[in-house]
Design a protein. Structure first.
Length: 187
């Protein structure tokens, strides 16, 4: 059996990452056969400590990137709800807006590079769903579009193309895409 496999479910807010991870938790091929564990709520867990969404700060992004590195280094087979690609996309957005410092931005890039080496697969949920108010997620369109622009940049300029798999469609279609790719990686 393969060990220390890391799959990150990435994409802008309100696009179904947590819904997808929760659906993947029900897949025997992941839970029984390949003994995957799941990490969720990385950013939401920080909400009680630090500002998130459009109000992100240097400290917020330090904490987010540190959590991504922690999860990338944790032994075992993992499906991560958000990954370092998310972290760098949001950090870059805040950096362009002048909300975080140059040292934080540079550190985030280094963490992103380190995590990229450790991820086996990055599943990027392409933006296709409307923004939905849930009391935590932002519904600000400018914020959303700015973050998506950063995802596009990092996927095209700072990613290992063979690790990225675009995920779209219904929850079932997304689950099937992820399961198919992970099965290939385990063959």
């Amino acid at each position: 059996m393969r060990t220390n496999y890391k799959a990150a479910i990435c994409g802008a807010h309100s696009q179904g990452k947590t819904t997808l991870v929760n659906a993947l938790k029900m897949q025997p091929v992941l839970t029984s056969t390949n003994h995957f564990s799941f990490r969720t709520n990385l950013t939401r867990d920080l909400k009680s400590l630090l500002p998130i969404n459009e109000n992100g700060t240097s400290m917020t992004q330090y904490m987010v990137m540190a959590r991504h590195l922690e999860f990338a280094l944790t032994p075992g087979n993992w499906v991560l709800d958000r990954g370092a690609l998310d972290g760098i996309a949001y950090t870059s957005y805040f950096y362009e807006k002048g909300q975080i410092s140059d040292p934080v931005y540079k550190a985030a890039i280094e963490v992103y590079k380190e995590c990229l080496e450790r991820y086996d697969r990055i599943f990027y949920i392409a933006p296709e769903l409307p923004l939905a108010e849930d009391g935590t997620r932002s519904v600000d369109r400018e914020f959303f579009d700015g973050v998506v622009k950063q995802f596009d940049f990092y996927i095209n300029h700072y990613s290992t193309k063979d690790k990225i798999k675009y995920v779209m469609g219904t929850v079932e279609e997304r689950v099937n895409t992820v399961i198919t790719e992970i099965k290939k990686d385990f063959e």
